[in-house]
Ligand binder design. Structure first.
Ligand code: SAH
Length: 249
């Protein structure tokens, strides 16, 4: 069996119990070495064969997976955070399906959740924002024009921007062009949940200088929105005057 496992955002104990068990049973682990902490490999058996996919092509990854699966081995493909976000798993799953090799996915804690924890933030505050936009700027991978940061900014919803730390000047311009005031609260969260985590609070207009000052050039998330500071309404769910299925007002 092949299992795609979410490694979590960094700290080795932020993998799920199931993910840890799968790592402990694995004969072969292919991990995304650019972002998955090697500390996660401490859950593997000492005789487990470990491959770093940062140095491999898709074809090479598939070869290790299919060979392992055909030999009846337990194969874990370890992706950072949760594999459903920018994980490039669809192309792997499709190739396995073509070869009639079964696979499963074990979810993980995405880095956008790790960043919220580091910030002590709730992304969905009543009266402020009830939506989270997860997006990125176009880099070598294009982003469809209809999904521009500028167009999402018009909603003033909480925004978490992946894969864009090297382009923060452009990110500020897009956010402001879309309607965010330059003084809207923002944050750069570097390596959330890793020992070297940095939480840099700033504004939409000061993203680039903030990251530069702290020498943050990659492995960061940009969080934008008024949920980071200021007023909000208390929840209805826990309001004494509000009846729910479980509690009378
Ligand atoms: N599947 C992953 C995202 C992979 S894309 C997830 O669910 O988190 C890689 C990008 O994720 C990085 O460029 C960075 O923007 C972000 N990232 C991953 N781990 C991070 C962490 N611990 N702290 C901050 N950003 C992180």
């Amino acid at each position: 069996m092949i299992t795609f496992v979410g490694a979590g955002p960094g700290a080795e104990d932020l993998i799920t119990v199931r993910g840890q068990r799968l790592l402990g049973n694995a004969d072969i682990v292919i991990y995304a070495g650019s972002l998955v902490s090697p500390a996660l490999l401490s859950w593997c058996r000492t005789d487990c064969a470990v491959y770093n996919s940062a140095e491999m092509t898709l074809e090479e990854v598939l070869e290790v997976m299919t060979k392992g699966a055909r030999e009846g081995k337990e194969v874990v493909r370890l992706h950072t955070g949760d594999p459903c976000l920018y994980g490039a798993i669809r192309e792997q799953m499709d190739a396995l399906e073509q070869e009639h090799i079964p696979y499963e996915v074990c979810p993980g804690v995405s880095s956008f959740c790790g960043a919220a924890a580091a910030l002590g933030a709730e992304y969905t505050l009543p009266g402020v924002s009830q939506s989270v936009v997860i997006t990125r700027l176009a880099g070598r991978t294009p982003v469809p024009e209809r999904e521009s940061v500028r167009s999402f900014a018009a909603h003033q919803a909480t925004m978490v921007v992946f894969l864009s730390t090297g382009m923060l000047g452009r990110l500020s311009e897009e956010l402001i062009a879309g309607g965010y005031a330059a003084d809207t609260p923002a944050a750069v969260v570097y390596k959330a949940t890793w020992p070297e985590e940095k939480v840099l609070r700033c504004t939409v207009g000061t993203l680039e200088e903030t990251a530069e000052r702290e020498h943050v050039t990659k492995t960061a998330l940009i969080v934008v929105g008024n949920i980071l500071e200021g007023e909000y309404e208390r929840s209805k769910l826990y309001d004494p005057s509000f009846t729910t299925g479980f509690r009378k007002a």
